[in-house]
Ligand binder design. Structure first.
Ligand code: ZN
Length: 82
């Protein structure tokens, strides 16, 4: 049996830091035009979590939101990345 351990992440410059304290509910690749344009790639890979399992440890003031009918993204305002 695998024991989940919290996942810690940050943006490239370290202004935003976060923790995910539960396993992903699902993961998938999306090849739609919106995801290709948003990520500048042939597809995007997503790990879906409950929002109450995401803790922004530092730099929440540097985040803005973007929503579509299917998803809700946080992106880093300074660098303009998700
Ligand atoms: Zn997509």
């Amino acid at each position: 049996m695998t024991v989940f351990e919290p996942i810690f992440g940050r943006c490239e410059c370290g202004s935003v830091r976060f923790k995910v304290d539960a396993p992903a509910l699902e993961m998938y690749h999306c090849h739609c035009a919106r995801c290709r344009r948003l990520h500048g790639t042939l597809f995007a890979t997503y790990a879906c979590i409950r929002t109450d399992n995401l803790v922004i440890d530092h730099g929440a003031e540097n985040l803005a939101t973007y929503s579509s009918p299917r998803a809700h993204w946080l992106f880093f305002v300074t660098a303009g990345v998700t």
